[in-house]
Design a protein around this ligand. Sequence first.
Ligand SMILES: Nc1ncnc2c1ncn2[C@@H]1O[C@H](COP(=O)(O)OP(=O)(O)O)[C@@H](O)[C@H]1O
Ligand SMILES: [Mg+2]
Length: 333
Amino acid sequence: MLISMTNEIERSKNENLLEVRNLSIYFETIDKKIKILREIDLYVKRGEVVGIVGESGSGKSTLAQAIVGVLDSPPAFVENGEIIFEGERVFPTNKKFNYRGKGINMVFQEPIVSLNPVYTVRRQIEEAMDIAGIEKDKKNRDEIIKNVLKELMIRDVEKVLESYPHQLSGGMRQRVAIAISVIQRPKLIILDEPTTGLDLIVQRQIMKLLLNLKNEINTSMILITHDLTVAANMCDRIYIMYTGRIVESGPRTNIIKDPLHPYTWMLLNSVPRGYSDSGPLKVTEGSPPDISNLPPGCTFHPRCPRVMEKCRKEVPKIRKMEGEREVACWIYE
Ligand SMILES: Nc1ncnc2c1ncn2[C@@H]1O[C@H](COP(=O)(O)OP(=O)(O)O)[C@@H](O)[C@H]1O
Ligand SMILES: [Mg+2]
C-alpha cells in the first residue's frame, strides 16, 4: 500500500506541469469564423522555462489567454483539444473558459492591463496576496513585499508602494506587475511580451531578474516573444509558431545552432546575433498571410526559399525528430 502510494506521488511529481493537447480555437465574428489556433501540442515541465516565438498575429496571445483561462467566449470557441494542468483537465471547462486562481498567472505586455489605475501599488500587491492566501500577518507581509521589490531592483521601495501606476515609468510598472505575479508564488507564470516597448537595457535587466526569481520560487515559465534571441537567452525549450500552428520545437541550443524549419532560419537571419532588438521583427521575405485567408498547403510556402510542389497543396504534419525536437515541414518527410 505504502509502496504504491509512493509510486503514485513519484509519478505525479514527474508529470508535466502543463500539457496542451491538440488545441484548435476559432473566433466567431458577425460575418465569419476564423481559425486562430490549429492543433497546438505543447508541454511545460516543472521548473522549465519555455519560449513561444512568432510574428505578430500568429496566435501567441490567444494561446496564452486559453492557458490562463481568460479567453472570452464568445468570440472564442474551442473546436478541439484540451489543457491539462497538474494532471487535471482545466480547459475547456463546461461552458466558461475561466478558471483563474489555480496556480497559473500572467504578466501582460502592457502592465496597464493588469494594474488598476485607481489603487496604489501597495494595495494591489496586498490584494494579490489576499487572493493567493499569502501571509496575513502585517509585519511579515511588509517584509515579503519589500524583499520582492528589492529583488526586482526597485530602490525607493516606500515611494513606489505609495504610488499610483501612472506615476511610474514603463519599466517600473512592468516590475510592479511582475512583483504582483511572483508574490503569489504561482506554479506557472506566463509572460506575454513582457518587455516589448521598453528600452534594451531595461529589457535585459528585467529578464535577468525574472530568471533569478524563477530559481528562487521554483516556478515554471512560458515566455512569449516575437524575438527569437530574447527566447534563446532565457528559455530551456522553444516553440516556433506560424499562423496559429507550431512549426518547430526543441531545446534552445538546437533551435539556435541547427534550426530545422525554413521559418526558423528566417527568424534567425533576421535578428542580429548577440543582442536583441526592441523593434518589430525584421523578416526580409514578405510578411505573414492574413490569418482569415490562409494560403493552401503549408501556410509558409509563399515565403519559403525551399518550397516544393507538395508544399502548395498539403499541410505538413508535425513529426518527432531526434532529441525532443519536432518540425512540420515536407523537407523532412
Ligand atoms: N477577439 C477577437 N476577435 C476576432 N479576432 C481576434 C480576436 N483577438 C485576436 N484576434 C485575431 O487572432 C489572431 C491572433 O491574434 P493574437 O493571438 O493576438 O496573436 P499574437 O499575440 O501572436 O500577435 C489575429 O489575427 C487577431 O486579429
Ligand atoms: Mg500578442
